[in-house]
Ligand binder design. Structure first.
Ligand code: ANZ
Ligand code: ZN
Ligand code: ZN
Length: 819
């Protein structure tokens, strides 16, 4: 039995595509579709797990192209960053050589599986004509007051010898090398992303239903909006005051102590004459060695020391002892907390431990609390007691009135806080975009003039090893410059930018990669933005995906682009695991090397296996049986092609019973495959194609016009999944044009309707999907099928289904609880 001769065919077809320039981006798109996978890190050898993302994106690009859309499907490399540098230090080659070599390897693999990129768009963040614009964005942010320098306690990774952004610290450890992160006080550059906190949160509503719910929720929590008040407390025997942030101004009369963060800027000033100074100093040193997680963990016991200083309650004049406590974070709110043991669990435990008085100011409606018998804080709303003029009021209702009262007395104000912090962007490492700033003794901080951009990274340096200070700051010919304003001797900034800055805007460059006058022209921006479909891993929910939205919004605000969100739709693909069940990775050596796999089995087997393993959103296990099954399928398609080749088409006559059956199956397949592609059911789409082939193989009459038509349709439907074999067989059918230009088949609803019915699936009354089922399938099966529908299942993840409405032959509606 003959097999698909992939090694002969695939190369030839790739050459044919190249000759026809099929994947070139159209100049003036009418119906545009911009599809993008998350930026690739050039790690060199790719394993088949890496390919999932590329293959999914390519499938959609080809599908939409076949449907007549104008496609932008670009490729580029997130080429700066630590791994290149570490490899350089280890192997004594420079990071650029290492990076370019790796890009070359990855690029060849992607070419060998025939991904349809427009290679003229290829960009890399380490090239001068790219990072020129990264630096330009930095300067624009600076000019708009959104980039600033500040001394701050920052996350320091001793393993990487550099600072990290909050988003790069995972459970107190470095996201890259997993060293324990500690705090260091350093002068650093920040982007003021907090100015965009409100917009980043507000605009999530536009992404509802278009971005995965877990990403939206993760962003909401990360931004962490919290409404409350700031209240000023005077420091006793001093002119200083401390401001607290509280979400519970209704508990103000119950404050019995206050707590300040160990890193608070005023702390040393406040305790300078205190009798407790030495014990506070010691406590501060201990706290800084801890991670934020350790400090705020709900299981560890809260501790602190008395500062020896008292605050004055702004409303009743009480003397309030001030403690220094490491559970108070300097980076949130004001770094000072008014503590109300009766109504806050943490304060309650602390008060019991240090024997601090507890004062009840909110009573439950029915019960009556007593300080001595209380076993925990009462944190619910209730009726205010012993609270001056507010006594007797409902606590939650009184909050706005209390804030008015504070404003009136000039001791407080309404305040909205965000958990989101400003984005720390300077790094002390070599392999990144230099920060385009100059320090002049006379002029202060001066930006590099636009015509002098890019500030290029010095090449061939002796030592890439950071020594607790920036690598670049040790390179004389780099740091010493003349001030662009006054000409005097000045110094360049020696830090480089976090690579997340590079990847925050790359999607804006692809439509206009060659433009050396602007980041993107108005015309290109209007033609192509935003990205229509973005695809990548869930792990970027609160890092890259927040930066990417922030920079897009900023560039929109200063008129560079017209869009306000970077990507209209987002899809999170799952991971690919090796045969051992754990995620494929180089370090675990459970990866199947992609280049070699393609040599052994061919690109199409590789693609279809990847897509057939599991729904794209779920994790999948790569197995040899999976590969073998797919190979068998493509070989059968190939043999169908040989049968067709040696047959001739009969004149159309009245359809036989078998022909009617095949015609119906063909129409069902068109409908199901189309529907599944649109709803992320690539694996089930392949299953439908397999079923169709299974029906065609035993079909007796090779000369039947219906058989020939079904075969043609099969090739068209198969093309986005297995483009090489489909193209070759299409050519053998005598078609002069490429299959991608042949259009997408339409099903004949009458032929289909004869046998199945459409069921609409809703979640809370909104249509989230459709399935086609045999009329006699019954209630239970229908509901089961509806639940696992790819799109619908996204909405049902982690929520409680309160009720399932079923209307026979028509509809399933899941009523869920949303919190
Ligand atoms: C008094 C109070 C009484 C509070 C009460 C709560 C309950 P969210 O919702 O997360 O914004 N807080 C303020 N700044 C803090 C900091 N830097 N580190 C640790 N805790 C801090 O929480 C705000 C509440 O967390 C604030 O309201 C404050 O305690 C505390 F019955 O003030 B509250
Ligand atoms: Zn590290
Ligand atoms: Zn100057």
């Amino acid at each position: 039995m003959s097999e698909f001769p992939f090694s002969k065919v695939e190369n030839k077809i790739q050459e044919k595509w190249k000759k026809h320039n099929v994947f070139q981006t159209p100049k003036n798109p009418k119906k545009k579709y911009y599809i993008l996978e998350m930026f690739s890190y050039p790690s060199g050898d790719l394993h088949v797990g890496h390919l999932r993302n590329y293959v999914i994106v390519d499938l959609l690009a080809r599908y939409y192209a076949q449907k007549g859309y104008d496609i932008l499907h670009p490729i580029g490399w997130d080429a700066f960053g630590l791994p290149a540098e570490e490899a350089a230090i280890k192997n004594k080659i420079d990071p650029e050589t290492w990076t370019l070599k790796n890009i070359n390897t990855s690029r060849n693999t992607l070419k060998s599986i025939g991904i349809g990129y427009d290679w003229t768009t290829e960009l890399m963040t380490c090239s001068k004509d790219y990072y020129k614009w990264t630096q330009w964005i930095f300067i624009k942010l600076y000019e708009n007051g959104l980039a600033y320098r500040d001394t701050a306690f920052v996350n320091w990774c001793p393993g990487c010898n550099t600072v990290l952004a909050n988003e790069q610290v995972e459970e107190g450890k470095c996201w890259r090398c997993h060293s324990e992160v500690n705090k260091r006080e350093l002068d650093q550059w920040f982007f003021k992303i907090t100015d965009y906190a409100d917009k980043l949160l507000e605009d999530l509503k536009y992404l509802d239903g278009k971005w995965p719910e877990p990403v939206i929720t993760a962003q909401k929590n990360w931004i962490g909006r919290s409404e409350g008040a700031e209240v000023d407390f005077a420091v006793e025997n001093s002119d200083l005051k401390l401001t607290v942030f509280t979400t519970r101004p209704d508990t103000l009369w119950g404050v019995t102590f206050a707590a300040i963060a160990p890193e608070h800027k005023l702390l040393s000033e406040i305790i300078k004459n205190s009798s407790e100074k030495s014990q506070v100093d010691e406590y501060v040193i201990q706290s800084l060695a801890k991670t934020d997680i350790e400090r705020t963990s709900t299981i560890s016991e809260k501790n602190g020391v008395h500062s020896g200083v008292f605050l004055i309650h702004p409303l009743n004049g009480d003397k309030i002892p001030l403690y220094v406590c490491d559970y108070v974070l300097a980076s949130y709110g004001t770094g000072v907390v008014m503590a109300v043991p009766a109504h806050d669990k943490r304060d309650f435990a602390f008060a019991r431990k240090y024997d601090i008085p507890i004062k009840i100011v909110i009573q439950p409606k029915c019960d009556k609390l007593d300080v001595h018998s209380m076993e925990n804080a009462f944190t619910e709303p209730g009726i205010m007691v012993e609270s001056s003029i507010f006594t007797g009021k409902k606590s939650d209702v009184a909050i706005p009135e209390i804030i008015e009262y504070l404003i009136d007395k000039k001791v407080g104000r309404k305040k909205i806080n965000f958990k989101l912090h400003d984005w720390l962007v300077s790094r002390q490492r070599y392999w990144g975009a230099p920060i385009p700033m100059i320090y002049c003794e006379k002029c202060g901080i001066v930006t590099v003039p636009k015509e002098d951009l890019p500030v290029t990274l010095p090449e061939n340096i002796d030592d890439y090893l950071p020594k607790g200070r920036s690598v670049l700051s040790g390179i004389e010919h780099f740091v010493n410059v003349n001030c662009p304003k006054c000409g005097a001797d000045a110094k360049r900034d020696g830090d480089t930018l976090d690579t997340f800055v590079d990847s925050s805007w790359y999607h804006l460059r692809y439509p206009d990669v060659k433009n050396d006058k602007e980041l993107i022209s108005k015309g290109k921006s209007n033609s192509w933005l935003p990205v229509d479909q973005y695809i990548g891993g869930m792990e970027h929910a609160t890092g890259h995906l927040i930066y990417f939205r922030f920079i897009t919004k900023f560039l929109n605000d200063i008129g560079v682009i017209e869009v306000n969100e970077p990507a209209a739709r987002l899809f999170n693909q799952g991971m690919v695991c090796g045969a051992d069940g754990s995620v494929m990775s180089k370090s675990k050596s459970n990866g199947v090397e992609a280049g070699q796999f393609v040599v052994n089995f061919g690109a199409d087997v590789c693609r279809v296996t990847t897509l057939f393993l599991a729904p794209p959103g779920k994790d999948a296990i790569w197995t040899e049986q999976g590969v073998a099954g797919v190979k068998r399928f493509l070989d059968r398609v190939w043999r169908l092609g040989e049968r067709i080749k040696s047959s001739s088409v009969e004149k159309h006559t009245e359809m036989t019973v078998q022909e009617k059956d095949l015609d119906r199956i063909m129409n069902m397949t068109i409908m199901n495959v189309t529907n599944d592609i649109e709803h992320w059911g690539f694996n089930t789409a392949i299953a439908f194609l397999m079923e169709m082939v299974n029906k065609m193989v035993p079909f007796k009459n090779s000369n039947s016009p219906v058989f020939h038509r079904a075969y043609k349709i099969l090739l068209q439907l198969l093309a986005p999944f297995a483009p090489h074999i489909a193209e070759e067989l299409w050519e053998r059918e005598g078609n002069s044009d490429l299959i991608i230009k042949s259009g997408w088949p339409q099903h004949d609803s009458e032929a289909v309707l004869a046998d199945s019915e459409e069921i609409v699936i809703q979640v809370n009354g909104k249509v989230r999907g459709r399935i086609y089922l045999a009329p006699d399938i019954g209630k239970q099966k229908t509901i089961e099928k509806a639940k696992i529908h790819e799109n619908v299942s996204n909405y049902l993840q982690g929520v409680k289904i309160l009720k399932t409405v079923y209307i026979e032959h028509r509809l399933v509606n899941f009523v869920i609880k949303k919190d």
